[in-house]
Design a binder for this molecule. Structure first.
Ligand SMILES: [Zn+2]
Length: 86
């Protein structure tokens, strides 16, 4: 995995209390102060697919706010378990 790239999209601070974040799993973080859980773009896309199953990139983009170009990049990199629906 490209750790450098992952570093770029990773949230650095809790958006509630600005506390430091601990990585729980890839794409998912928990605030060490208030316990708030946060997802980065990859985490949002993965959670969406977990909950709703595979969907076209456009649909995932509309639901998560993550650009389709980024979603397609995750797919190309094989980061998502994804079966497109046609
Ligand atoms: Zn917090």
């Amino acid at each position: 995995m490209d750790e450098r790239w992952n570093e770029l999209v990773k949230p650095r601070r809790c958006n509630k209390c600005h506390g430091a974040l601990k990585t729980i799993e890839i794409g998912k973080y928990r605030c060490t102060k208030c316990g708030e859980e946060m997802l980065d773009n990859y985490g949002k896309v993965r959670e969406y697919i977990r909950e709703y199953g595979s969907a076209p990139a456009v649909e995932i983009s509309e639901a998560t706010g993550v650009p389709t170009s980024e979603i397609k990049k995750y797919l190309q990199e094989g980061r998502l378990e994804y079966v497109p629906r046609h």
